[in-house]
Structure formats: C-alpha cells, structure tokens
Design a binder for this molecule. Structure first.
Ligand code: AMP
Length: 430
C-alpha cells in the first residue's frame, strides 16, 4: 500500500516523499481512511509507530481542502494537546514538514518559557495549534486563545497526561471545545481511567485502531539483561561505554537525582554526558537534546517524562540503568531505538530488587530477554547473588533468563502477598 492509495493529496504526497516515507506504517494505513471519512478515532498506540503522521496528514488535508471557508485572519481549526514540551515541539516539526507545500500554518506553545514569542505567533494567525495543557489554559484564561473554531481535536499520549496529573486541565479544555468536532484520542495503554476519559471526549462509538507494542518494538529491538548489584551499575555503565562506544546512547534513570548522579560519575570517568529532566530549564534541555541530535553529545541521561518524544533517527543503543516498575514504560523506552525500519539494541541493568519488574516486563512482551553474564560486575556482592543463579550461569556465557513457570493468574497476587520474598531467583544466604 502507498500513501497515494490512501487518497492523500498531491502537496502532502510531495512532502512525504521529501521526508523519505515510502509506505504508510500500520497505524497510518488503518487510521487515515477513518479520519478522512470524518469519524472519531480511539488509537491505542505508542510513540514510534508513526502515529503523529497518522493524525497530522488527515488534518492538514482537511484544512487545505477547506482553506477558503474562512476569510481574513486564520483561526485555530485544529488543536493537538500533548503532555510534554519535547513532544509538542516534535509534533510541530512534523506538521511543518508534512504541510510544507500546503500553506497550512501551525504554532507550538508550552510552559517553562516566557509567553511573548508564543503570543506573537498566535496573533499572526495559525491553523493548527500544538499545546501542552498548562500553557494552553493559561493563554485561554488571558483571552489570547479561543477554541471556538476548532474542528479537529487530538489528545495525544493520554495515559501519560493522566500520570502527569493533567486530568483537570484536560477537562477544562474539553469544556471549551465546540460540540461539533472530530476527535482523536491516542494512548499507549488503556487502563480504566483512560477508557472513561476517552468516552467523555469521543462519546458514542469511535472507530478503534490498536497497534500492539510487539509489532513496533519488542520484536525489532535486540534486548539484553545484565544482572548487577545496585552499586555495580555505574561501573558497568562506564565499562560498557568505554569498551563498546556508540555514537548515541540514551540512558534511562528512574529519578532526576539519579540522572544527575550518573552524569557526574560519567564525567569523572571522562565520558561526556548530559542529563535532561524536569528540574532542568527548558533552554538547558533543548540544548542537550540538540547536541545529542547533532552527534556532538554521545550520552544523554534522561528520566522517562523528559525522554518522551525524543525523536532521533537510528538511535543505536538504549540503556535502562534502572528497570521501570511499569512494564509498558519499558516498551516505551526501548522504542526509542529500533525506530521505523532501523534496528537497535536495548540493554537493561537489573539488580535484585528489580527482578520482579523484569518478570512483569517479560510477561508483557511475551519474551525471555537474553541474559549477558560475561561482564566483570555480575552481582559482585555475595548477599545479592542467588546460589542457583551462580551455579546455573557461569561467567563468560550468555543464557536465557526464564522465570520459573507459575500460574499467571496467581503470579501478581503472590508478589503482593510476599513482598520480601522477592522471587525465586534471589534467595538470600543466611
Ligand atoms: P511517531 O510514532 O509519530 O513518533 O513516529 C515515529 C518515527 O517514524 C518518526 O521519526 C517519523 O518520522 C517516522 N515515520 C512516520 N511515518 C513514517 C513512514 N510512513 N515511513 C517511515 N518513517 C515514518
């Protein structure tokens, strides 16, 4: 299937061609016809699937084909709300590329910077607004933005939006949207709260498109686990970066403080690295991101929220310094590599306390991640090593870490009931 088969108009085809997109991704194949048909859409898909183009292309096409409906000053006819500044900027960049030959204009607004430049842009008139919720409400409250003309509304990364506490802001924004509109709702996961929110936004019976994570990342990305003590992690990271240097490595840290500490230790080891997280100024984050994209900075250490929306072609290596306790977050993280057709590697460090997370991740991706045992920091503290593990996994061999088979129905319950009995693999020596 080609974009032409999807009835995309010539000026957009030209732009997609310039971007090097030859074939639509699965989410684009499924969503574009629904959206061009004027239907609401509930999309269960994560970043990395091509979802930005899936919703951007029909919006640009619609606005281009109906460009004479409005005379005089441009009005905001499409609103895309997304949780982070990085993601907003990237959506804006994509819109600018895809609409290059159409004359459709977009603007991006987000918090953490002065509003002046943003309001100047808005005053000039735009067709599509990309916004984070806080700044959008702020400018709405100042009377600088009205949503009265919005015909297309996109809520992007809805689950992350809820995680970040934006639910009330979102509700206030929805209340100001015209009832007659086309709505698009995207979320990587669909817990109950998200389903409820989607019903509020989409109402009745939206068309649904589900792109499973396995199709996009877990199958494409080469994954490895390194069992290592908490204290050994930094040594292992330095060892890996020194022995197998890569052009661009994205390191995930669970906390902002942790990210800073990693950067400090790397710098002491003469490895140039920078951190991006919520406590850094927008300018510092953007600077680090740009250096990383340009290739002048090899190692970027990020928290999950800050890394959201980092879009770098052919990022070869992602390192999970900490394993996330939410398995879907793991899929998001490794999705930073192995994008589109490129393949990549995702390395995860796992200390004894994180093994329960590893088991949940393997259950979600339905794969056993190969364990690398030929490294010098393999559980270097005796109290953390399991007797079984040492017997079964001699150094210098790579093996598969297969959790002992348990009844999946009872698995979670037993973890909750026996928090100190971490799992079958970490029996402590007495
Ligand atoms: P997204 O899921 O929107 O973050 O997109 C992930 C990446 O895929 C971005 O780098 C896009 O530029 C790229 N992409 C989107 N659609 C296509 C396509 N049809 N062919 C190749 N790359 C694409």
């Amino acid at each position: 299937m080609t974009f032409k088969d999807l009835k995309i108009i010539e000026p957009i085809l030209k732009a997609l061609n310039a971007e090097g997109y030859t074939h639509p991704t699965p989410i684009q194949q499924q969503s574009i016809p629904i959206l061009l048909n004027g239907n609401d859409l509930l999309g269960c898909a994560q970043t990395g699937t091509g979802k930005t183009a899936a919703f951007s292309i029909p919006i640009i096409q619609f606005l281009y084909q109906n460009r004479n409906d409005y005379q005089g000053q441009r009005q905001i006819r499409a609103l895309i709300v997304t949780p982070t500044r990085e993601l907003a900027i990237q959506i804006g960049d994509s819109l600018t590329s895809y609409s290059h030959f159409t004359g459709i204009k977009n603007a991006v607004i987000f918090g953490g910077v002065k509003q002046m430049n943003q309001t100047v842009m808005l005053r000039k008139g735009i067709d599509i607004l990309v916004a984070t919720p806080g700044r959008l409400l702020d400018l709405m409250n100042q009377g600088l933005i009205t949503l009265r003309d919005v015909e297309y509304f996109v809520l992007d990364e809805a689950d992350r939006m809820l995680d970040m506490g934006f639910i009330h802001d979102i509700k206030k924004i929805i209340a100001k949207l015209p009832a007659k509109r086309q709505s698009l709702f995207f979320s990587a996961t669909m817990p109950e709260a998200i389903v409820k929110l989607s019903q509020q936004i989409l109402g009745g019976h939206p068309d649904k498109v589900v792109i499973k994570p396995q199709q996009t990342t877990a199958e494409k990305v080469e994954q490895k686990i390194y069992f290592v003590s908490k204290r050994g992690k930094i040594k292992l990271l330095i060892y890996l970066l020194q022995t197998e240097p890569q052009a661009s490595v994205l390191v995930f840290s669970r906390t902002k403080h942790g990210a800073n500490k990693i950067v400090k230790s790397l710098n002491l080891a003469d490895i140039q690295a920078e951190a991006i997280h919520g406590n850094k100024s927008q300018a510092a984050r953007q600077k680090a991101l740009n250096s990383f994209k340009e290739g002048t900075l090899n190692v970027l250490v990020a928290t999950d929220i800050a890394a959201r929306g980092i879009d770098i072609e052919e990022l070869p290596l992602v390192i999970n310094y900490d394993l996330p306790n939410i398995p879907e977050t793991y899929v998001h993280r490794i999705g930073r590599t192995g994008r589109a057709s490129a393949s990549g590697t995702a390395i995860s460090f796992c200390d004894s306390e994180e093994r329960v997370f590893l088991r949940d991740i393997q259950k979600l991706i339905q794969q056993n991640i190969p364990v690398i045992t030929n490294h010098p920091f393999l559980i270097d503290e005796p109290e953390e090593a399991s007797e079984n593990e040492q017997a079964e996994k001699p150094r210098g061999r790579s093996t598969n870490f297969s959790p002992k088979k348990r009844n999946p129905a009872t698995q979670n319950r037993s973890q909750v009931n026996r928090p100190n009995n971490r799992n079958n693999f970490t029996k402590r020596r007495s």
